[in-house]
Write a protein of this length. Structure first.
Length: 109
């Protein structure tokens, strides 16, 4: 299995699992037969399928963004967005002069 295939699987599989969990939670509270989109009244199976695909898509994008932010470039340095978030946290820490999180909790990579 290539590295890229492994990364795609690491993003899509947890998103698939959590989309199923989210669908169970949402539809334990919401009756899909009550959903109307304009004049269209989809049956419950269509609502379940469409909701699952939307949940899976949103969770996959979230996982992909997290993966992108944690990825190292060819030189072993973190992605620029992740570096910016760590730098911003460090600046906030130094402005508060002892308030906030202790320095040992800052995770700089």
């Amino acid at each position: 299995m290539s590295r890229r295939t492994l990364h795609v699987a690491q993003i899509l599989w947890p998103a698939f699992f959590m989309a199923g969990v989210l669908e169970m939670v949402v539809f334990s509270v919401l009756d899909p037969s009550l959903i109307h989109i304009g004049a269209w009244e989809p049956d419950a199976r269509t609502v379940y399928s469409a909701a699952f695909l939307v949940f899976w898509g949103v969770l996959s994008v979230s996982g992909a963004l997290s993966h992108l932010m944690m990825r190292d470039d060819a030189h072993g340095t973190r992605h620029a967005l992740a570096q910016g978030l760590v730098a911003r946290r460090h600046r906030r820490q130094s402005r508060h002069e002892g308030g906030g999180m202790p320095a040992q909790h800052l995770h700089q990579h």
